[in-house]
Design a protein around this ligand. Structure first.
Ligand code: 13P
Length: 252
């Protein structure tokens, strides 16, 4: 099976409603003829509705940056899967390293959020990745294995086929240090092999994105690798022109 290329912009805590609308309106025009890439933008919660409206009728899909596992209740500051569905959201990022680092996200909470997202019919983008210290200690594979085992625990193979994995080496996020295409491919291959050992042949269908200082200048080389099926983009997704160029170069 030929895997889809999915490129998603994670806007993190950036863009007011007005800024978000303006960005999507500009992006729409720039990527209107792109067919080979599934394009996703993930604004903050407050701008989701505005972005869904601005993206209507275009080839731009909308994702959220987090989802809670409960249907409703006393969880101040959290958002449920049903709320996201109602807002017109299709994708949701789960377990970003910033949430792991600053907000106590663990593989167990990633797993709970993931199950809620799947049950609601949202397409999850589950983030994994090692820190610089872990890489230097030769622990990358062990860290990724633990994150995959814990994060995807209890899922059926069919469910895993619908999960997007974003491999984001923490040391490459926002630092300008991208993993070389060869280095990233080696890790992506390891992730796919691990998925195969955990969930069987369905691993061949799983989209594995790369994230960490991906930009227009390196997206082509990265996505050309056999096991790199797109990207999760921070900084370069905040301007329509840079994001559009990154998307087009990825499949040029
Ligand atoms: P940068 O593209 O800014 O390095 O961020 C990557 C990221 O964290 C996307 O989720």
């Amino acid at each position: 099976m030929v895997r889809k290329i999915i490129i998603a912009g994670n806007w993190k805590m950036n863009k007011t409603m007005a800024e978000a609308k303006a960005l999507v309106k500009e992006l729409k025009g720039l990527v209107a003829d792109v067919k080979a890439v599934e394009i996703v933008v993930c604004p903050p919660f407050t701008a989701l509705n505005a972005v869904v409206e601005a993206a209507a009728g275009s080839n731009i899909k909308v994702g959220a940056q987090n989802v809670h596992w409960a249907g409703s209740g006393a969880f101040t500051g959290e958002i449920s899967a049903a709320m996201l569905k109602e807002a017109g959201v299709e994708y949701v990022i789960i377990g970003h390293s910033e949430r792991r680092q600053y907000f106590g996200e663990t593989d167990a909470t990633v797993n709970q959020r993931l199950k809620a997202a799947l049950a609601a019919g949202l397409k999850p983008i589950v983030c994994i990745g090692e820190t610089l210290e872990e890489r230097e200690q030769g622990m990358t594979e062990k860290v990724l294995l633990t994150q995959l085992e814990g994060g995807l625990a209890g899922l059926s193979s069919d469910q895993v086929a619908g999960v997007v994995i974003a491999y984001e080496p923490v040391w490459a996020i926002g630092t300008g240090k991208t993993a070389t295409p060869e280095m990233a491919e080696e890790t992506h291959r390891y992730i796919r092999c691990t998925l195969k050992s955990l969930f069987d042949e369905v691993a061949e269908d799983v989209v594995i994105q790369y994230g960490g200082s991906m930009k227009a200048a390196n997206s082509g080389q990265l996505v050309a690798q056999k096991n790199i099926d797109g990207g999760l983009i921070g900084g370069a997704s905040l301007e329509a022109e840079s994001f559009a160029a990154l998307i087009k170069n990825a499949v040029a």
